[in-house]
Design a protein around this ligand. Structure first.
Ligand SMILES: Cc1cc2nc3c(=O)[nH]c(=O)nc-3n(C[C@H](O)[C@H](O)[C@H](O)COP(=O)(O)OP(=O)(O)OC[C@H]3O[C@@H](n4cnc5c(N)ncnc54)[C@H](O)[C@@H]3O)c2cc1C
Ligand SMILES: *[C@@H]1O[C@H](CO)[C@@H](O)[C@H](O)[C@H]1NC(C)=O
Length: 459
């Protein structure tokens, strides 16, 4: 038993019961800690649409008793077809386990996560909105004025995180990724009678049509019962960061004029969709408050583009790493744990994020080659996520603990924590190269462009 699992366990408060908060709760519970979860929503609806879980996350979730439930939801299509926008020509076929992992409905996965958290005896305090943080105690205050203290507070409160403002000391405005999505999710029944799209409803499948500066991802879920399409297009309009903004179907129909009749027929039949600006954040120079006792996790500090297909998986890894760090540091040493955690996580998360930019850019430009009369190398359109999957976040934490914790001990003693990257230079970016099997063969470090200094300060 770890030193913290005895009669005086580490007390953890988790703000937010999304997939990231639930994964963190399971990791903390399995490390022997006392976990309190606050979620502002009263009752979760089945929100969102398709979401991928990679083997890197499933390996960890399995250790926390959450595996078969997820496989049942997501292990239904073997591969995805990457097609040319106008005629549907298949440019590449890629095993799903190689790109997005197990694809299921976000709401179905979320239900499984919530159920497992409750099975483990943890209470999810629904309808409990955190409105203030005290980073020194540390504590959180709810809307009704009640205050709760713990050894560590974890801000798993999503892309619009309030905990992030406290950690950074300023309001971090959303940044447009330069693209927006129209997304629709509906019962597939009405499509079954349309000959052009009937084949898409025989069983779960994934198809991606790529065009100039645009791509459309189609999934069929729940054994052909539910249909999902997500059209990503260039968009520089003002950002309204919302999961619920209705989209204009007339505009969508205009965007797909001349596309493969198979997908046009499905879009024609679609009644409504959401207009979803793909908001992104610049990488943060720190994930931890100045007191070292409030740590961010998941979308609050590392949101991913949909093309990364790793948002929930990386949040799961972060939960695992933070739990092991706390266990190794011990109850009296939360600052050591949180500062090792962010250092262990930053580079890997950044690469998972950049994979999403990489594949989007390749999908949106590769057809220029075809227009020039050249053949496409199928490898040019594949998602290169395979190398992310064999990673064991817990084993990696144990392996690197001594090295990184000794650096952090010195930093804490000197009172100067090195930021996760130098904002004047930008984060070091590892350029990974792959062989034909998607194995990592080489990498170089270059620097991303500098991230402009924040201006807006929270009052
Ligand atoms: C509505 C919705 C739809 C999504 N759809 C998709 C999708 O289709 N495909 C996909 O790949 N990804 C989707 N995502 C993103 C995906 O769920 C995340 O990338 C991943 O699960 C990690 O999320 P997270 O737990 O860090 O944050 P989130 O899933 O955003 O969870 C954060 C939680 O914190 C709660 N919270 C926020 N502030 C407070 C507060 N002050 N007090 C208490 N609780 C608070 C929120 O209510 C929320 O439940 C969606 C997210 C949301 C919120
Ligand atoms: C997923 O399904 C495939 C094909 O049916 C099967 O071979 C594989 O073992 C399944 N994976 C898991 C983890 O159960």
């Amino acid at each position: 038993m770890s030193e913290s699992a005895g009669s005086n366990p580490i007390k953890v408060i988790i703000v937010g019961a999304g997939l990231g908060g639930c994964a963190a709760a399971l990791a903390m519970h399995y490390a022997g800690f006392e976990v309190t979860i606050f979620e502002k929503i009263r009752k979760f609806d089945r929100l969102g649409d398709s979401l991928g879980l990679g083997e890197n996350a499933l390996r960890l979730l399995a250790r926390w008793g959450l595996h078969d439930q997820l496989i049942k939801i997501g292990n239904k299509s073997e591969d995805m077809q990457i097609r040319r926008w106008n005629d549907g020509t298949i440019l590449a076929v890629q095993p799903l386990m190689d790109m997005a992992g197990y694809i299921g409905h976000r709401g179905d996965y979320h239900d499984a996560f919530l159920e497992r958290v409750r099975e483990c005896g943890m209470v999810i305090n629904m309808g409990h909105k955190v409105v203030a943080f005290d980073e020194d105690k540390p504590s959180v205050t709810l809307e009704d004025g009640r205050e709760f203290e713990a050894d560590i507070v974890i801000g798993a409160d999503g892309i619009k995180s309030q905990a992030r403002e406290l950690v950074l000391g300023f309001k971090d405005a959303p940044k447009s990724s330069g693209y927006a999505c129209f997304r629709a999710y509906f019962k597939g029944e009405p499509l079954k009678s349309i000959p052009a799209c009937a084949p898409l409803l025989e069983k779960d499948c994934v198809n991606i049509w790529i065009g100039h500066d645009m791509h459309l991802v189609q999934n069929t879920l729940r054994d052909g019962e539910e249909f999902n399409w997500i059209l990503t297009h260039k968009d520089t309009a003002d950002i309204k960061e919302s999961w619920f903004q209705p989209g204009d179907m007339d505009e969508v129909r205009r965007l797909v004029v001349g596309w493969d009749p198979m997908i046009v027929a499905a879009v024609e039949k679609t009644e409504r969709c959401l207009d979803w600006k793909i908001c992104y954040r610049d990488p943060l120079p720190t994930w931890v408050s100045r007191s070292h006792k409030i740590a961010l996790l998941g979308d609050s500090c590392h949101a991913h583009l949909p093309t990364s297909a790793q948002g929930a998986s990386q949040a799961t890894e972060s939960g695992a790493v933070l739990a092991i760090c706390l266990k190794l540091a011990g109850k009296g040493n939360v600052p050591l744990a949180t500062r090792v955690y962010e250092k262990l996580r930053f580079d890997r998360v950044r690469q998972a994020q950049l994979n999403g930019e990489d594949v989007r850019d390749r999908w949106h430009t590769v057809l220029k080659t075809v227009d020039d009369g050249k053949d496409i190398d199928p490898d040019d359109v594949k998602i290169k996520n395979r190398w992310l999957y064999p990673f064991d976040a817990e084993a990696d934490t144990y392996a690197r603990w001594d090295e990184v914790s000794s650096i952090v001990r010195q930093e804490l003693a000197s009172g100067t924590i090195t930021p996760l990257f130098d904002p004047k230079v930008g984060p070091a970016r590892k350029l990974v190269r792959y062989d034909a099997f998607g194995r990592q063969i080489q990498h170089d470090f270059v620097h991303e462009p500098a991230v402009p200094a924040p201006t807006a300060v929270v009052g």
